[in-house]
Write a protein that binds this ligand. Structure first.
Ligand code: ZN
Length: 469
């Protein structure tokens, strides 16, 4: 997809109505005028033809247009009643999509029609699905065009990929898996949507994606200049990383750490990783499967020159902000009694947080919220708490030992964000954390901190390898 983007100097804008779920979608759109004038015909990029099922509410005609099935031959007049019901069902579905009829209304209509057509389904969700085609707006990006023009023949771009899964609806298991890409060192740091997978299950191994990466590595022709793109890093949270790598144990497994061969210990119904000296994984040891217990299948990136350890750095948004900082706050608010703060202290802390709202500069995306909303805090709020608010206010509410443990985390992450060395502090934090909260608290996210410094040494500061936009 990036190859196509660079060839045609276009930025794609994908408009998706949440009421429609795609099993798999690629970009699609008309051929741009400048290419059409050169004799290029057909679609810009074909959408993968998989069934797309209408979701829970209305269908937005402006976001998608239907690619209706071809008409049946007139000669087939002897179709049986089942076929007729099927055609009626398809016609009803088309009608509902065209006029934005809700599933509830369509189901009610089906109930009436079933008196005369008993073969029709009771529920609108079981009507035959239609093939839909997403409506994509193509927009020429002058800046992007100029940036590509300024590069010399034979230059190589580094590509950073972000993959994550997110649920679409609370009431169903439909999830979206976008693959985003960003060219490092490129004048325009705008992530580009490379592919979108959507459906009730996780996507299958991204073979199309890997084959496109191979094409990019071997070079693409941009207006007579050869441009090469190499995969630099893949940023994703721990479950997504295990999913993308496909062939490794999850972080809940005994050898689930993808950075070292530490064997986990099962304590208090969870996998823990006590701080211990153990061999670090390397790209070579991974390729040779030296730690057999860590692997469980073939490498999906086979054939690509990808370091399966070094090019999958830890992401501090997930492991630190949404992982360790959230865990700490949960321990203080809802943890074991010996760590739990009295409710009066929690209330005072909450008041303190909200009292700071008017002093938070506009550069911060969000203002502090009360602790009762902790489950709804976003990653940016945990980051603000760790780096700015926590070190100032916690000294008034926490036991000295607990506060100092928090400060070890704050200091090391603050240094890693701007500098390249905090390994000792992070190891001290993990050791102290185990002593303070017990061995059973040394779960994967806590353990993964001891590998952060190595990732920063290789990739630069934490902001370079995080999922924060
Ligand atoms: Zn490890």
């Amino acid at each position: 997809m990036l190859r196509r983007l660079s060839e045609q100097n276009q930025i794609l804008k994908l408009s998706i109505n949440k009421s429609v779920s795609l099993k798999k979608a690629h970009f699609v759109g008309p051929v741009p005028n400048e290419l059409a004038s050169r004799g290029v015909k057909g679609q810009y990029s074909e959408m993968v033809e998989e069934d797309i099922v209408v979701g829970t509410s209305h269908f937005d005609q402006q976001s998608f247009r239907m690619d209706l099935p071809e008409e049946e031959s007139d000669s087939d007049q002897d179709a049986d009643e089942t076929d007729q019901s099927c055609n009626i069902g398809e016609s009803l579905r088309n009608w509902a999509l065209t006029f934005g009829v809700s599933l509830v209304a369509l189901t009610a209509l089906l109930g009436l029609l079933r008196l005369h057509h008993p073969d029709l389904p009771k529920d609108a969700r079981t009507l035959p699905s239609l093939r839909l085609r997403s409506h994509i707006t193509l927009k020429k990006n002058e800046k992007l065009h100029q940036a590509f023009e300024s590069f010399e023949n034979g230059c190589t771009f580094k590509l950073q990929i972000n993959i994550d899964g997110l649920p679409l609806f609370k009431s169903s298991g439909i999830q979206v898996w976008p693959i985003l890409g960003c060219l490092l060192g490129f004048p325009i740091k705008e992530p580009v949507v490379i592919a979108l997978f959507c459906g009730p299950q996780k996507p299958k191994p991204a073979e199309d994606f890997v084959s496109e990466l191979k094409e990019l590595e071997s070079g693409i022709d941009f207006e007579g200049k050869m441009i090469f793109v190499k995969l630099d890093s893949v940023i994703c949270d721990t479950p997504a990383r295990a999913f993308v790598k496909k062939n490794i144990k999850s972080h809940n497994g005994y050898f689930g750490c993808d950075k070292c061969a530490q064997q986990g210990e099962y304590l208090s119904s969870r996998m823990t990783f006590p701080l211990d000296s153990c061999p670090l994984r390397t790209d070579e040891s991974f390729a040779q499967k030296q730690n057999e217990e860590h692997h469980q299948g073939p490498n999906p990136f086979q054939g690509l020159n990808v370091g399966m350890v070094s090019q999958f750095p830890g992401d501090y948004m997930h492991s630190v902000c949404l992982g360790v900082v959230r865990k700490l706050l949960n321990i203080w608010l809802r943890g074991a009694l010996k760590f739990r703060l009295p409710s009066s202290t929690v209330n005072r802390m909450s008041d303190c947080l909200t009292g700071l709202r008017s002093y938070i500069p506009l550069e911060f995306a969000r203002k502090p919220r009360i602790l009762r909303d902790l489950d709804r805090w976003k990653a940016t709020e945990f980051r603000m708490f760790l780096l700015y608010i926590g070190p100032v206010i916690l000294t008034s509410y926490l036991d000295k030992n607990i506060y100092q443990n928090f400060m070890l985390l704050f200091s090391s992450i603050a240094i890693l964000l701007h500098w390249q060395y905090a390994d000792t502090l992070l190891r001290m934090f993990v050791t102290h954390f185990g002593q303070l909260y017990g061995k059973e608290a040394l779960v994967y996210n806590v353990h993964s901190l001891v590998h952060l410094a190595q990732d920063v040494r290789q990739h630069g500061c934490l902001n370079n390898i995080s999922a924060f936009p």
